[in-house]
Write a protein of this length. Structure first.
Length: 612
């Protein structure tokens, strides 16, 4: 008996399910899904089989062919990271059906009431399963070492529609005897309900399971891309404009990394509470509406999520301890796409923003340097608590270092071969290193591979990018210390990313009067670009400039993206002698928390509890 993943109860001696069929009945009035999942094992199994669950109630476990119940037990202890273990006793069965219900606090699900939506008429619900939240939607072997194909039948109110990270099969009236015990036929077939069916034919890790249900509309933006969002013309039109260049990026991706294997590349723009910038759900990327800024800069986030179609979704980290294989490779691939469509300068700017982020993470983890390693030990660790730029930016730096060593043409060939070799597999750091050594003989004599993957901090052969705009912006930021603000002519062509880099390179705290002077001139607190606005507000808070607290409050109440919540709440509560700020942070959180996704609620809670 040995667990195969520190974040899952899946046992090495148990077979991994390869296919599941889901029936989900959505009860919006109770923020609950009544569901059943039919798991198929590759071979009959005899004895106990463990599954991950979190805040699920289990009604029964059944042999589908005979309708006979199977013994099961749900652990009475709840592991704060992993949740509860469901143990099913099988007697040479290869298929079994679990009937369950979610709870309103299921960590993957955000239920929005009608007033919390744009149109205010209908409710909305969506998932965020990465890293270990799929288990709060249905019982499963919630480890990325497992890959499953699935079918899903969603029973929803007729006024709503459903989308999934899967192929849509049909929308039709419910029929009796198809609910697979998720609920009784009278509820399933009640007046005003419809069924939407989906199928995912390619094996995916459970964290890529995703759906959204609400009043959803769409626009065509390319031959294999539609953009979906809450059905509001202004939102859909703006999104369609912002993402018009998507097909060009897919083509660049195919040239660099090989065929696009997922057929469609649709985009779903979520409500402002979506906790991430983007989530690479296959066939249907989920995006925050904050990337729609009207200046095509949302393309960077799309490039990133698109890049996951090869790195992450085709080749998947075996466990979260090897998360850099997903995010480091994807950050590298994203920047190659950006370089191809937006030019070298823009890519260098992105590398520079990333470099700054990496340097800052070293400061954040100075007392827990083990989290600055690429290969981490996450026994007992909640991945949401240690989420950082390290796997992204140190992973990027590692791959960029290899590229510099062997030259771009050889590295491009290596990447293509890596993807073709491991596609639809889950791998770990050692498998990557072995493949590297095999295909680039002698690389271990040129690059200290162990230092890069198992060492802490930033290796000496990492590199800050060089480019004219990058260097210019960093030196302007350095001059701010001496009281010089950039002139209008120097910032005339700056877009959001230039300001972001500038603000991030300023000292952590400056004179309050300097903050106000900078804002008086460039109106940064009112920027429509949240990257700029939040970087500015963070500086204002750390500089003790209270003039902006109403803007801080407004921001914390209108978006739920953790990239913005984390730095603002942290700046408010970190440090001593900030009683007024702490009271303010607590009040704002208590008023805003219902609008945040459960994952974001947990992250803000842990920031506040560390400092209050
Ligand atoms: N897969 C991540 C988001 C994620 C990571 C969700 C860990 C849950 C746990 C996604 O691809 C991502 O990295 N998003 C970034 C986009 C950015 C790097 C362009 C984000 O949300 O900021
Ligand atoms: Zn990513």
């Amino acid at each position: 008996m040995a667990p195969i993943d520190p974040h899952s109860c899946t046992d090495s001696t148990h077979p991994l399910a390869t296919h599941i069929s889901l029936c989900l009945y959505f009860d919006f009035s109770a923020s609950t899904i009544h569901g059943s999942v039919l798991l198929s094992l590759p071979n009959p199994h005899h004895g106990p089989l463990s599954l991950d669950t979190r805040s699920l109630s289990i009604t029964s476990v059944i042999v589908p062919e005979t309708n006979t119940p199977l013994p099961f037990s749900l652990s009475t202890t709840v592991d704060p990271v992993k949740g509860q273990i469901l143990t099913v006793s099988l007697s040479n069965h290869s298929k079994f059906l679990i009937v369950f219900s979610t709870s309103p606090s299921s960590s993957a699900l955000q239920w929005l009431s009608p007033p919390q939506t744009f149109n205010k008429s209908f409710p909305f619900v969506y998932t965020q399963c990465q890293s270990i939240h799929a288990r709060s939607v249905f019982p499963c072997q919630d480890t990325p070492a497992a890959r499953i194909c699935y079918t899903a039948r969603l029973n929803i109110p007729r006024q709503l529609s459903a989308v999934m990270a899967a192929r849509h099969v049909e929308r039709r009236p419910p029929v009796p005897c198809e609910a697979a015990m998720s609920c009784d036929d009278s509820s399933w077939c009640a007046e005003g309900r419809v069924v939407e069916e989906f199928v995912m034919e390619q094996p995916v890790p459970p964290y890529l399971f995703a759906f959204a249900v609400g009043e959803i509309g769409c626009r065509e933006v390319g031959p294999r891309t539609r953009v979906y969002a809450e059905s509001v013309n202004a939102v859909l039109d703006a999104a369609a404009r912002e993402f018009a260049g998507t097909e060009d990026m897919i083509r660049v991706g195919e040239r660099l990394f090989g065929p696009y294997e997922w057929e469609r590349f649709d985009l779903l723009v979520l409500p402002p509470s979506f906790p991430y910038g983007g989530m690479e759900n296959p066939r249907m990327v989920f995006l925050t509406p904050t990337v729609i800024k009207g200046d095509a800069s949302g393309a960077q986030v799309v490039a990133h999520e698109l890049a996951h179609s090869w790195t992450g979704n085709l080749i998947t980290n075996m466990t979260n301890e090897h998360f850099w294989l997903n995010e480091g490779f994807t950050t590298y691939a994203e920047r190659r796409i950006v370089e191809a469509v937006q030019g070298e300068d823009r890519a260098a700017l992105n590398i520079g923003i990333g470099w700054r982020g990496l340097v800052e993470e070293m400061e954040r983890f100075k007392d827990n340097m083990e989290f600055t390693m690429l290969k981490t030990n996450q026994e007992g660790v909640d991945p949401d608590d240690v989420y950082s730029q390290v796997p992204y930016e140190k992973g990027f730096q590692f791959l960029w270092r290899i590229e510099r060593q062997i030259g771009r043409p050889a590295f491009d060939e290596f990447l293509k071969k890596y993807i073709a070799t491991f596609k639809f597999q889950s791998i770990d750091t050692d498998m990557f290193l072995n493949f590297l050594k095999m295909n680039v003989p002698g690389i271990e004599n040129e690059i200290d591979l162990k230092l890069w993957t198992e060492g802490t901090g930033i290796p000496p052969d990492a590199k800050e990018p060089v480019s004219n705009i990058y260097t210019k912006i960093v030196s302007l930021a350095n001059e701010f210390k001496f009281g010089r603000m950039p002139r209008e002519d120097e910032v005339a062509d700056w877009q959001g990313q230039e300001w972001e880099l500038y603000l991030e390179n300023l000292p952590k705290s400056v004179e309050a009067s300097q903050v106000s002077a900078l804002d008086a001139r460039y109106r940064l607190a009112e920027s429509k670009d949240y990257e700029v606005k939040v970087a500015f507000l963070q500086l204002a808070i750390s500089s003790g400039c209270r003039d902006y607290y109403s803007e801080v409050e407004k921001t914390l109440k209108e978006v739920g993206r953790m990239k913005y919540l984390r730095p603002l709440y942290t700046a408010l509560v970190q440090g001593s002698g900030k009683e007024e700020e702490k009271i303010f942070a607590k009040r704002v959180f208590s008023e805003a928390r219902n609008c945040y996704h459960p994952i974001a609620q947990g992250v803000v809670e842990s920031i506040l509890s560390k400092h209050l």
